[in-house]
Design a binder for this molecule. Structure first.
Ligand SMILES: Cc1cc2nc3c(=O)[nH]c(=O)nc-3n(C[C@H](O)[C@H](O)[C@H](O)COP(=O)(O)OP(=O)(O)OC[C@H]3O[C@@H](n4cnc5c(N)ncnc54)[C@H](O)[C@@H]3O)c2cc1C
Length: 484
């Protein structure tokens, strides 16, 4: 029987790789973790979730300061922000989380960490820092990078991606954002609130294209009301460096050409899998433009090589990467043939208000040919929401023909947190009557979950038939006011 240096080797120290490494090492597998950057943590910690949510919170506080009148407070003249202080705060938050993702911590769990860029020399061995290392099982958790689209002039024009945007030396006066996915939209609102004039360019007629149009349009309206300018149905003809500014040439739906210039250009038009340099072709691991191909057990075309996280091109979220990492541990270490199931994978776009989703929305239900009914409840009917000064947003619940929940979308204050109750409902197969009957504290935003479940149940409880039955059996006298 062949012997290997390690039971399992993991390439990439982000959300997916760290999940596999900690699980495998703690279960007693001799584990190697390889990371090409100087520190562990991956995109989420250094250039993604953590810096973006920190920036968003700073922008929210600044926005609230500027809108103090709305809370019955004196109007304050807030001075412009100094981005170096914002950057410092972002770095401080990253540094405190970094401790959790340190080499020392992983060593204490039992995993050996190596830094460098490996390449496979055969199906079980890599070459790393002039050393050849073998492992019985490999995991590719190398993540993704911002897509660099083939736009005329882009390769000669300085532009920002998520790698640079959180470490700017000063707040740009203006910014053109190419793309209107979650990253683009979150940054559009945050920078606009901080004082940047923001323009968003989107090829299709909707932002956040995975979401239902009504929900995405609500998000867009909020951002537009705060000052973000949207160009929908608009394609980019080319970009140009004007030294102090970047110019973007656009073509609108009517064929009109528009020239737009701004201090910074932020490109957020999708993600590319990090497959280069590993010699995956050489060992027969199949991949395409979207990512490494995996089966439901996260195995690649080489069954002893797994892939997880962004590099598979599926659901590019930290929690998806962590979930897939867990599936790899089950299959590779426990030898349990566990398969991925994404039906109840939730996500959230962290605009203010947030847009959160679980299960099917109308778009996905229609695509799947599933008949559904929709129940909605507005945040302006939620007492806590009004007390918080939040009047915008709604919850939308989809039921199938058997009146079982198909999905829920929430656009409103703390929607990501509110969605957690639905995570439990869907995964625990909790009935709507249980949710509607459960006591929720008053006044909370969470009451909206109970209310939308009640919306479906109340016509059944307060029906004519029930009323007539109760009247008959218990001799109730009927209405005390108004007509029957
Ligand atoms: C601006 C932004 C905001 C985001 N916000 C959220 C959010 O709020 N919530 C959410 O769920 N998701 C968010 N995401 C997505 C999230 O960051 C990713 O889904 C997540 O990081 C994927 O984890 P991963 O382990 O697959 O990849 P990564 O975290 O990118 O880790 C991959 C690691 O592999 C390393 N690597 C790459 N190539 C090699 C190589 N050849 N050799 C060795 N090491 C290599 C990389 O350096 C990296 O450390 C955001 C992303 C961005 C860009």
């Amino acid at each position: 029987m062949a012997t290997y240096d390690y039971d399992i080797g993991i390439i990439g120290g982000g959300a997916a790789g760290l999940t596999v490494a900690s699980g495998a090492a703690q279960l007693g597998a001799k584990t190697l973790l390889i990371e090409k950057e100087k520190e562990l943590g991956g995109d989420c910690l250094h250039f993604g979730c953590v810096p973006s949510k920190t920036l968003i919170r700073t922008a929210q506080v600044y926005h609230t300061m500027k809108n103090s009148r709305g809370f019955g407070l004196p109007t304050v003249q807030v001075p412009p922000i100094d981005f170096t202080n914002v950057k410092e705060r972002i770095q401080a938050v990253i540094a405190s989380i970094q401790k959790h993702d340190s080499e020392e911590r992983f060593c204490s769990l039992g995993a050996k960490v190596h830094f460098g860029e490996p390449a496979f020399v055969d199906e079980h061995s890599i070459r790393l820092n002039r050393e050849t290392i073998s492992a019985k099982t490999w995991v590719l958790a190398v993540g993704s990078s911002p897509d660099r689209p083939p736009i005329e002039g882009l390769n000669k024009t300085p532009y920002l991606t998520n790698k640079e945007i959180f470490s700017l030396d000063r707040l740009p006066a203006s910014m053109i954002i190419l793309g209107a996915g979650p990253i683009a939209i979150e940054m559009a609102q945050a920078f606009c609130r901080l004082g940047t004039k923001v323009f968003v360019i989107q090829r299709s007629g909707q932002i956040l294209t995975k979401e239902d149009k009504d929900m995405a349009d609500d998000v867009m309206q909020v951002l537009a009301s705060e000052g973000v300018t949207f160009y929908l149905n608009t394609s980019v003809l080319g970009v140009k460096d004007l030294c102090d500014e970047r110019q973007v040439l656009l073509k609108g739906r009517e064929g009109k050409t528009i020239g737009l210039a701004a201090e910074e250009l932020f490109v957020a038009m999708g993600r590319d899998p990090n497959v280069q340099g590993l010699n995956l072709e050489g060992i027969g691991v199949e991949f395409d433009r979207k990512g490494i191909k995996v089966d439901e057990r996260m195995r690649t075309s080489q069954k002893h090589v797994y892939a997880a996280g962004d590099v598979t091109g599926k659901f590019q979220f930290t929690h998806a990467a962590g979930y897939e990492g867990g599936i790899v541990v089950s299959n590779a270490i426990f030898r349990l043939p566990r398969k991925v199931k994404y039906s109840f994978l939730p996500w959230c776009t962290y605009t203010d208000p947030e847009l959160a989703s679980i299960g099917m929305n109308e778009k996905r239900a229609r695509e799947a040919g599933i008949e559904y009914s929709v129940y909605t409840e507005a945040f302006k009917s939620n007492d806590r929401s009004l007390a918080e000064g939040e009047q915008i947003g709604k919850i939308k619940m989809l039921l199938d023909q058997n009146e079982k929940p198909l999905g829920v979308q929430i656009f409103g204050p703390q929607a990501g947190e509110l969605l957690s109750e639905w995570v439990a409902v869907f995964n625990g197969k909790v009935g709507l009557s249980t949710l509607a009957a459960a006591i929720h504290p008053y006044p909370t935003l969470g009451e909206i979950n109970k209310r939308v479940a009640g919306l479906y149940l109340s016509p059944k409880i307060f029906s004519d038939r029930i009323r007539k039955g109760l009247k008959f059996f218990f001799h109730l006298k009927g209405r005390a006011c108004g007509e029957e």
